[in-house]
Ligand binder design. Structure first.
Ligand code: GDP
Ligand code: CA
Length: 326
């Protein structure tokens, strides 16, 4: 079975680990979000690709869900001693090596897809990990920063990098707009459209619908390829009990006018894209609303408390795919 999964960071990676356990013989292609990418200290950092690679390759910091296990922060401390930041983005010594290798290869002229393949030679994630695009796409968030010392409402409106919004500000001010800068001009990375065309099923893990899956779908050609593939497309809700399981997805959903409910996220993707949608058992009451939108819906446990739980979610998603295939 050929499975294509669109993935962000933590939610995508943990689901993929379950999927691999559930169907060890499946041929899995992951289309990873690269709109979170950021240049720091002259290095190209791809947080979502790395989270998938480290999680599936056994190098992830489990508790944190991102970054390396057994990590130290000497380099960051030394940079800080020179007054060189940003200090709000946590890059450990082991992690730095990945970004150095990536940046070196990019500087030598390799596209990100080739670089990702080279990094995966070491990590052997057991899936084919493709960046959504080799072109630069960067999510920016429009915010009004509170202007200390002056009257409320006189703050400065500006667009900041997604990581600055998410990591430095912890989404503490409303996101007024979320823009995947560069997406319109970006091309799907080599292999992306081919993998979708050859897939037996396409899955949307419980990744962020706006800044993970939304940005992948914003690359021209990807959404159309999925809609036209003629295979079941099944998603799992990242919203459980009207709140994100982790993180601040509600803030970016609000920016695109979508309420933080499992049903609203399904409607946001729409029946033109989604054939099936899984909501958590606590959201069983929303099954009818999703089905009224033309999307087959089931309520099953959706908390990835461990790999077995994630594997069970993967089995449910594949079962729903078979059901909609008819
Ligand atoms: P990020 O790039 O690291 O933010 O990760 P993703 O975009 O892949 O996933 C983030 C989303 O995963 C968040 O909106 C969470 O609500 C969701 N999430 C995390 N853990 C779980 C879980 O155990 N169950 C479900 N249903 N969603 C989860
Ligand atoms: Ca991310």
């Amino acid at each position: 079975m050929r499975i294509v999964v669109l993935a962000g960071g933590i939610g995508g990676a943990r689901f993929l680990r379950g999927l691999k356990q559930a169907v060890p013989d499946a041929d899995i292609t992951v289309i990873g979000n690269t709109a979170d990418d950021i240049h720091l200290f002259g290095l190209k950092v791809c947080p979502d690709l790395d989270t998938v690679m480290y999680t599936l390759g056994g190098g992830i910091n489990e508790e944190q869900g991102w970054g390396r296990t057994d990590e130290t922060f000497h380099l960051k401390e030394e940079l800080a001693a020179y007054g060189v930041g940003p200090e709000w983005f946590g890059l450990g010594d082991r992690d730095f090596a990945t970004h150095i290798v990536r940046t070196q290869m990019l500087s030598a002229g390799y596209p990100l897809s080739a670089v990702t393949e080279a990094l995966c030679d070491r990590w052997k994630p057991g899936v084919r990990l493709l960046p959504m695009s080799d072109d630069r796409v960067e999510t920016h968030v429009a915010v009004t920063l509170p202007d200390s010392g002056s009257a409320a409402g006189s703050g400065e409106r500006k667009a900041i990098h997604f990581q600055e919004y998410w990591v430095r500000l912890r989404a503490s001010v409303p996101a007024e707009a979320v823009v995947p800068v560069g997406a319109e001009q970006a091309k799907p990375a080599p292999g992306v459209l081919e993998a979708i065309a050859e897939a037996d099923v396409v899955l949307f893990p419980p990744s962020n619908p706006v800044v993970s899956i939304g940005t992948i779908l914003a690359v021209p050609g990807i959404r159309e390829a999925i809609a036209d593939a003629g295979v079941p497309v099944v998603g799992l809700s990242p919203i459980v009990g009207d709140a994100p399981v982790r993180g601040m997805a509600d803030k970016v959903l609000a920016a695109v006018g979508v309420e933080s409910t499992a049903a609203a996220v399904a409607e946001h993707y729409g029946s033109g894209l989604l054939d099936g949608w899984l909501v958590d058992t606590v959201d069983a009451g929303s099954v009818e609303r999703v089905e009224a939108a033309g999307i087959r819906c089931r309520a099953v446990p959706l908390m990835m408390t461990d790999v077995d739980a994630a594997a069970q979610m993967a089995r449910e998603a594949l079962a729903l795919a078979e059901e909609v295939r008819g």
